[in-house]
Design a protein around this ligand. Structure first.
Ligand code: IMP
Length: 194
């Protein structure tokens, strides 16, 4: 048993869960994974993050975080953005589809990853924390680490894609790490047990 407050992470994405376990390791909370399986019908990252977090809070009665994230291509007007998880039936096809849409577009393919975390605690207003990582999408798949679009996302100044980085290195640059840092620095997790 532990007397640390429990915090539900509303996600069924193993890549994300692994990152949150690492990012929130020192936060003084016991993390519980729970896939709230809500439909992402929101029109913004924040709306979708709220839907996931609040569904997990109502079903568990515990404080919950949900996140929504995506990759945005400048030359495609921010596409796929909140639709990043829906570009194809599996990640291999989603990545291939994104690269297909970039065919003929002059490089560099400037891009950013965005992550919004919603924290929904019982009896409190839901709060939001955002992070981004700017970089470039490259046409060749590089590296096997991480998940999602990591192998085609090159981080400026490192010469590496997220797919070529260790978890520690990805964490120095990633949108999810930046959003988690904002959550940690807000002090909101320390107040969960008040
Ligand atoms: P959602 O946040 O569950 O809607 O999924 C967002 C989609 O964006 C995921 O399926 C990934 O394909 C992509 N994505 C979000 N964060 C990352 C990341 O850190 N690396 C690679 N792909 C990501």
């Amino acid at each position: 048993m532990t007397d640390r407050p429990r915090l539900v992470i509303a996600s069924g994405n193993t890549g994300k869960l692994r990152e949150y376990r690492d990012l929130l390791a020192g936060a003084g909370v016991e993390l519980v994974a729970f896939d709230s399986e809500v439909e992402e019908v929101g029109e913004t990252y924040a709306e979708n993050a709220r839907l996931k977090a609040e569904a997990a809070r109502s079903r568990s009665g515990l404080p919950a975080i949900g996140d929504d994230s995506g990759i945005e291509l400048e030359a495609l007007g921010g596409f796929p953005g909140i639709r990043s998880a829906r570009l194809g039936p599996n990640q291999k096809e989603r990545t291939a589809e994104l690269l297909r849409r970039l065919e003929g577009v002059p490089r560099p393919w400037k891009a950013r990853f965005v992550c919004v975390i919603a924290l929904a605690a019982p009896g409190r207003e839901t709060r939001f924390f955002e992070g981004e990582c700017r970089g470039e999408v490259v046409p060749e798949w590089r590296g096997e680490a991480g998940f999602g679009y990591d192998p085609i996302f090159l981080v400026p100044g490192t010469g590496k894609t997220f797919g070529e980085m260790s978890p520690e290195e990805k964490r120095k640059h990633s949108h999810r790490a930046a959003a988690a840092k904002a959550l940690l620095e807000s002090g909101a997790l320390e107040r969960l047990s008040d």
